[in-house]
Design a protein around this ligand. Structure first.
Ligand code: RNT
Ligand code: ZN
Length: 419
């Protein structure tokens, strides 16, 4: 570190100390919390099965920026290139369609951890944890948009088996890496237009989930979560796995819940939901994302909803029970830059949360001094958090803001256009 940057950080640290905030404690905590980097930003949720895009499944990456990864070598190289630009620990968030080893020989219901050996070795070399997702879309048995809630028992069985296989993959990877895997179930099931029967599909989904979670899977190495959604493209009128459905299911069955920032009415606050659900569920997974008018999965910016959400995560009472995953995909800009921007912003939002004058705020609130509470909150906005962020980047040997994009441009040139 140069003496100048050392001095600058020392000033910021002092300024924060005078506001009762310990920047060293914030930096230490920040350096311990992993972000789960979603592999699917690298190829527009395409995967390695050769099926093409996942459009029509409720996941729609728009744009055609050149050079998307087409296989394990390309995607892992891209992840390596971008990981150097994201300070702090990372995990790899995999989807079942990214199976690498001998996976062409089996259908999704027969996948095992063996089929992900390349990823497991790759993550283990980098000391990354892994998270996992069954892929209940982009498949010949999902063409009508129904999976776990399908009226055909044979189709339903296939997806139940795929989800059980996924939980087992999670547990096996977790045990191998010595680091529990979060396995998250999301399904696209729903109707474009007004359903005649809203109850039937939910009954079938419930039955499927009961079968999925009846399968014995190590709780030590696999943490289950279920992800709700309000609506999707082509599924505007009815989503089987709604928030109420999964919240009730998670509470009753004590499985984890996933809150995706894009899966609610635009004016709902996901930040507010965190403390509301945590007392009732064993684990919470966040899909940090940005919906613009709809669940558009825009790259995460440092906007107020993201800051509010991560400030709740930064609450020491919440932190041990929350996993932070990202879920955005943008094919209209450089895919690596999208990853870097979204992940750096997620981490910045967490840092901002850790730097909040929590004790003073709570004290003011307890005194009933709402004037001081608002004053503290607003004054905290102008504390020199960017200098603390710079320091975090420096300690992680990661480029500062304004200095990371050129390395993506260089990498892009060196890897060729992949045509
Ligand atoms: C879809 C859900 C889900 C997916 C990923 C690819 O609306 O958000 O999490 O984005 O599983
Ligand atoms: Zn999601």
């Amino acid at each position: 570190m140069t003496p100048l940057s050392q001095n600058i950080y020392a000033l910021a640290r002092e300024r924060y100390a005078s506001a009762g905030i310990d920047t060293e404690a914030a930096l230490e905590t920040l350096a311990r919390v992993p972000l789960s980097l979603h592999c699917w930003q690298g190829d527009d949720v395409t995967g390695f099965e050769g099926a093409g895009s996942s459009a029509g499944s409720g996941c729609l990456a728009t744009g055609n920026y050149p050079g998307k990864a087409r296989n394990f070598d390309e995607l892992s190289a891209d992840l390596d290139a971008v990981a150097r630009l994201i300070p702090g620990p990372l995990r790899l968030n995999l989807h079942a369609i990214y199976a690498t080893d001998n996976a062409a020989k089996v259908d999704r219901d027969a996948l095992t951890a063996e089929h992900f050996s390349s990823w497991i070795d790759w993550a283990s070399e980098r000391k990354w944890g892994i998270d996992f997702n069954p892929t209940c879309f982009a498949h010949r048995l999902a063409t009508d948009g129904f999976t776990l809630a399908h009226r055909d028992p044979a189709v339903r069985r296939f997806w139940v088996d795929h989800c059980i296989a996924s939980r087992r993959i999670g547990a096996e990877i977790g045990a191998k890496l010595g680091d529990a895997v979060v396995t998250n179930i999301w399904i696209p099931d729903g109707f474009k237009d007004t359903p005649a029967d809203r109850a039937g599909p939910r009954r079938r989904l419930l039955q499927s989930l009961e079968e999925i979670f009846a399968a014995h899977v190590s709780k030590k190495w696999n943490i289950d979560t279920v992800e709700s959604k309000l609506f999707g493209i082509g599924v505007e009128s009815y989503t089987v796995g709604s928030h109420e459905f999964y919240l009730a299911f998670a509470v009753k069955n004590q499985v984890g819940l996933c809150l995706d920032a894009g899966h609610f009415h635009p004016t709902e606050s996901v930040a507010d939901k965190i403390s509301a659900v945590l007392p009732f569920i064993p684990h919470l997974l966040l899909h940090v994302s940005r919906g613009v008018r709809w669940d558009s999965d825009h790259v995460v910016t440092l906007d107020d909803p993201t800051r509010d959400m991560l400030a709740e995560v930064a609450n020491p009472a919440h932190l041990p029970h929350v996993s932070i995953g990202m879920d955005f995909f943008d094919a209209s800009i450089n895919r690596l830059a999208a990853w870097a921007i979204g992940a750096r912003n997620t981490r910045k939002a967490l840092l901002l949360g850790l730097l909040r004058p929590r004790a003073a705020l709570c004290e003011a609130e307890e005194r009933g001094d709402h004037t001081a509470r608002l004053a503290l909150l607003e004054d905290a906005r102008t504390l020199p958090w960017n200098l603390v962020w710079d320091e975090f980047c420096r300690r992680a040997d990661t480029p500062l803001d304004g200095a990371w994009l050129s390395s993506i441009r260089d990498y892009e040139k060196s890897r060729g256009n992949r045509e």
